[in-house]
Design a binder for this molecule. Structure first.
Ligand SMILES: [Zn+2]
Length: 85
């Protein structure tokens, strides 16, 4: 099993942060995060953003988020307390 690069980790973060992320992917990303401070910081801030997004009516989404991460945030938002519609 080859190691993930930072780009691969970032590409798959949206899936990793999704509740339905596959266990294997989580394990591999966790391994990478254990040795990569840059990605750990990124994941940490994304987690905080997502949890804020679940609790608040309007939280500005960082502009640097890519589309798939926005999608994950939107899904988190829909599944949160404001999911009625
Ligand atoms: Zn990394």
């Amino acid at each position: 099993m080859s190691k993930l690069s930072c780009q691969e980790v970032l590409d798959q973060l949206w899936e990793y942060l999704d509740d339905e992320a596959r266990a294997e992917l989580s394990t591999r990303i966790n391994e990478h995060l254990g040795g990569c401070r840059d990605c750990s910081v990124e994941v940490d801030s994304l987690r905080k953003t997502i949890s804020l997004y679940r609790c608040e009516d309007s939280v500005p989404v960082p502009v640097q988020l890519n589309e798939r991460l926005r999608e994950a945030l939107n899904r988190a938002y829909r599944e949160g307390t404001h999911g009625q519609d």
